[in-house]
Design a protein around this ligand. Structure first.
Ligand code: FES
Length: 193
């Protein structure tokens, strides 16, 4: 008999998944409470804007491992536009809808898996931004939006916050790794001048 709730125990009985692809970019996060870590590796088809491959590794408890399995199943083959900025609120709701509500002391286990995923996307964005050959820097690697594109969109919409850009660009609505930069652009002197 498992020490875990039934839904968690059922998820842990899943067969081992295929290995991660060679093109994958990985990110890690760890818990300051229990010391356990999770690593997320993702391969994204930039043209199709789809997650081709996603794998987690963790030395954590069953809650962290089950969260990782659900995130893999949920996001494999998923369009970047469906990520909704990888918000904790959205992803925790999805995890708990499949695994049941987590005890308070275990909520951080799910958050570590989510943070590892976010770190992997952050590294992917940095790698793509470094390779980008446009006239101005690449800001949103999920949707190929450059700094000039964003400055033009901000001026057109007279955006004063991120949500104001929704009708003109999808930037920031995938993995969310570029959101802080977009908010900085909205407040930048180039716009305020
Ligand atoms: S880099 Fe992923 S949403 Fe912008």
């Amino acid at each position: 008999m498992s020490v875990y709730p039934k839904k968690i125990a059922n998820k842990l009985s899943r067969k081992t998944a295929d290995p991660v692809s060679d093109e994958a970019v990985c990110g890690r996060a760890a818990s300051f409470i229990c010391g356990c870590f999770a690593e997320a590796c993702i391969a994204v088809d930039g043209d199709a804007q789809v997650i081709e491959n996603i794998r987690f590794a963790t030395n954590g408890c069953g809650f962290m491992l089950a969260s990782s399995f659900v995130l893999e199943e949920m996001l494999a083959g998923s369009e970047l536009a469906a990520l909704k900025g990888l918000s904790d609120q959205h992803l925790v709701a999805e995890l708990e809808s499949e695994l049941g509500e987590f005890p308070d002391v275990r909520k951080q286990c799910a958050l570590v898996a989510i943070e590892a995923l976010r770190t992997a996307f952050g590294r992917l964005r940095k790698a793509r931004a470094a390779e980008f050959a446009g006239d101005s820097p690449l800001v949103c690697s999920c949707f190929g939006v450059s700094e000039d594109d964003l400055l033009a969109a901000i001026k057109t919409t007279q955006a004063s916050r991120f949500g104001d850009l929704e009708t003109v660009t999808r930037a920031g609505r995938g993995c969310g790794a570029c959101r802080m930069l977009i908010e900085e652009l909205i407040d930048s002197p180039k716009i305020q001048a």
